[in-house]
Design a protein around this ligand. Sequence first.
Ligand SMILES: N[C@@H](CCC(=O)N[C@@H](CS)C(=O)NCC(=O)O)C(=O)O
Length: 219
Amino acid sequence: MSKLEIFSNAGCPYAQRTRMVLIEKGVEFSLTEINLNKKPEGWEKISPYGKVPLLRHDGATIYESAIINEYLDETFPDPPLMPADPVGRAQVRIWMDYCTNRYLPAVAQLRANHADPAKLQQSLEELKELFLFMEHEGLRKLSSGPYWMGELPTLVDFQFMAFLVRFPCYEEVLGAEIPAECTRLRAWLTAMHERPSVQATSLDTDDYIAAFRKRLKSA
Ligand SMILES: N[C@@H](CCC(=O)N[C@@H](CS)C(=O)NCC(=O)O)C(=O)O
C-alpha cells in the first residue's frame, strides 16, 4: 500500500475528524504532530493554508478535513463511510454543511458572548434551537439510529463528533446543554463515545475544559 502521511495536532478537532476516519478505515499511516504555537520551518511550503490536518498520499497533498475525509472514503472504500444511494450521500453532505455553517458559528457566538450575561443567554437559546433542529429535522427523520444515517456510521458522524467531544466545555463553563427532548441526539453521542476511533483520538475532558477556560481568558 502506498504511504499515507498525516500532519496533525492532538488538540485540533478538524485533525481529529481525519484521524478518526483513518482509524475507522484501518489503514496504516504515519503521523507528524505539528506544534501550532511554533510551526516547523518550511511548514508553509508543506501546508498551503498553514493549517492541520493535511494529508500526503501518492505524491498528492490534500487539505481541508471534510475534503480529506471524502478522499479517504473514495480511496479506501472498505468500510464505506458514505451511503450507497445519491439521496443518502446528499443528506450526509447537508448535515456536514450544517455542522460547519450553523453549529460551529453558534458555538463561536457563545464564546464571543461569554462575558455578557444577556448576550450569552441569547446565544444559549440559539444553540438550543439548533440542537432541536438536529434532533427533529435530522436524526429522527433520517434513521432510527444509533448513528446519523442508521446502523452504521458515515462521515457526518465524525464531522460532528470531533466538536461534540468538546461540548462538556460549553456545559461546564458556559451553562449550555443538549435539551432533554433530544433523546436521539443523546443516544447518538453515547454510541459515538463507544467507538474506538473516538476514544483513541480524544483528550481527557478535564484537559479540554482547562484549555477552553484559558482560551476564553485570552480572548
Ligand atoms: N477548515 C479547516 C480548518 C483547520 C484548522 O483551522 N486548523 C487549525 C487548528 S484546529 C490550524 O491549523 N490552525 C493554524 C493556523 O491557522 O495557523 C479544516 O477543516 O481542515
